[in-house]
Design a protein around this ligand. Structure first.
Ligand SMILES: Cc1cc2nc3c(=O)[nH]c(=O)nc-3n(C[C@H](O)[C@H](O)[C@H](O)COP(=O)(O)OP(=O)(O)OC[C@H]3O[C@@H](n4cnc5c(N)ncnc54)[C@H](O)[C@@H]3O)c2cc1C
Length: 454
């Protein structure tokens, strides 16, 4: 008889991805252990939290706890993107957070929902069993053996499990340091060699990032120190006001900020979430949102694998496809924004990929007058495909447009197959969400019908 695993999953890392995975898995009734290497609070890059991320946290039931930390709202940004400085107001503002406090709160929330936490500790050894893993975890003085069905890498760019990752596009490095002054709002500036981001920090400080091509940075470092290359880039960019230039900044550090994604297939019983699975270009300032999104999907995948094992492979295929779609969407976003700067030097040429610009059909979508009656598009067919339900991934009938490969399974929370059971069924559009209907009309999955069966 095999011993019952102690945990359904062990999660390595308590950044946003690891904590949200632990929290969501606890909500789904799974037993998880989060193992974090550092004592909290610890510093982390990624202080701009997007509005989409706040919505995710709201839907997890922790929006109020985040609001109680009273982080400043980021509704204004100073920007010079290829032209003059201007102030831009964000209609969907996010927050400027202290990542030490933000991440510590997410971990406390995961614990409050039932995830166990061991901190500081890390994985010392693993061996595979017939169904799952035997792990040795520990720190300097204490060690402990546990068993689990799934082992999850949520250790960010450290990639504790060393699962294969491939860079996507040009390699970018970020140099950064803390400065004593506080700008009134974040600032973003493009220069010929890259771009800079100045973000207010708690305690009246700011951090200035300098993003550069990896090869160019290596070349500069051969000629001067990292600190000298950094300071020169900051001074040339005008991201500081005149009176601030002579100030002393903190130690200059450099990190890899390239986009990358995990290579599939993964070894049995291993999964990755957050930056360990998918790293997007920091230009979008949405890394935390993407990390949480991967964690929310992975929780459904794990619940499926553990409790609906017939759909296990479909769930893993769904996760792989979702990561790939997210990577492509963010790559297109970044390419369009690099192209918009209109700078012709190598850094911008290598990242702007203008050939992909026209493919973003949603960005170009113009308002559509909705017809009163709807029916299935002319060139569509049904296919069973994995879909995300509230607690798992399962195969559901999906409507596919034969001409362009676009697909959808739900409309306004209802299965399309239930709404349109027969090829000729006509449905009134009045009770359906207008934006979703418009997207299905644009993609050819639905078309207008002349008259309904009143
Ligand atoms: C230069 C730069 C600027 C960025 N700016 C932004 C921004 O403005 N907004 C934004 O949303 N995103 C930004 N990002 C991205 C953002 O930082 C990440 O996407 C996000 O932090 C990923 O969360 P995560 O939980 O996957 O990993 P992390 O936040 O990296 O957390 C990983 C955790 O795992 C722990 N760990 C590491 N190794 C081990 C181990 N062996 N065992 C146990 N624990 C381990 C670490 O201590 C850490 O707590 C930026 C990234 C870069 C590089």
């Amino acid at each position: 008889m095999t011993a019952r695993p102690h945990y359904d999953l062990v999660i390595l890392g308590a950044g946003p991805a690891g904590s949200v995975l632990g929290l969501r898995c606890a909500q789904l009734g799974l037993r998880s252990l989060i193992v974090e290497r550092e004592p909290f609070p610890r510093p982390r890059l990624g202080e701009s939290i997007s509005a989409g991320c706040l919505q995710q946290l709201q839907s997890l039931g922790i929006g109020e706890a985040i609001a109680a930390l009273r982080f400043p709202v980021a509704d204004e940004i100073g920007i010079r993107w290829g032209s003059e400085w201007q102030t831009r107001h964000d209609p969907y503002p996010g927050l400027l957070v202290d990542r030490g406090a933000f991440d510590a709160l997410l971990l406390r929330m995961a614990q409050a929902h039932g995830a166990e936490v061991w901190q500081p500790a890390r994985l010392l050894h693993r061996s595979q069993m017939e169904q799952g893993w035997r792990l040795r975890l520990g720190h300097d003085t204490t060690q402990r053996d546990v068993q689990c069905r799934w082992l999850i890498d949520a250790s960010g760019r450290q990639r504790a499990l060393r699962l294969p990752l491939r860079h996507v596009g040009a390699s970018t490095w970020a140099m950064h340091a803390e400065w004593p002054q506080l700008p009134p709002s974040p600032r973003l500036a493009a220069t010929a060699q890259g771009w800079l981001w100045r973000v207010p920090l708690p305690a009246g400080m700011s951090r200035i990032f300098v993003f550069k091509d990896a090869t160019e940075l290596r070349r500069q470092r051969a000629a001067s120190s990292l600190a000298a290359a950094y300071r020169q880039a900051v001074v040339d960019s005008e991201i500081l006001d005149q009176g601030e230039i002579s100030a002393d900044h903190g130690r200059v550090l450099a990190v890899d900020a390239s986009a990358a994604q995990i290579d599939w297939p993964l070894p049995d019983g291993l999964l990755a979430v957050g930056d360990a699975a998918l790293q997007i270009d920091p230009l979008a300032a949405s890394g935390v949102q993407v990390a949480i999104q991967t964690a929310l999907l992975a929780a459904l995948v794990l619940n499926t694998a553990l409790h609906y094992s017939a759909d296990r492979n479909a769930a893993l295929a769904f996760y792989q496809q979702a990561l790939c779609d997210t990577a492509n969407r963010h790559r297109r976003f970044a390419q369009q924004h690099y192209a918009a700067a209109g700078i012709s030097s190598a850094f911008w040429r290598d990242r702007s990929g203008t050939e992909l610009e026209t493919q973003d059909t949603h960005a170009a979508a113009s308002p559509l007058e909705l017809p009163r009656w709807l029916q299935l598009g002319e060139t569509t067919h049904w296919e069973d495909a994995p879909c995300a339900l509230t607690d798992r991934i399962a195969l559901r009938p999906t409507l596919v447009c034969t001409d362009n490969g676009q697909r959808a399974a739900f409309l306004g929370g209802r299965l399309l197959r239930d709404l349109f059971p027969l090829a000729g069924t006509k449905v009134p559009s009045t009770q359906l969400p207008g934006e979703a209907v418009a997207n299905l009309l644009r993609s050819g999955l639905l078309r207008s019908a002349l008259a309904g069966a009143d």
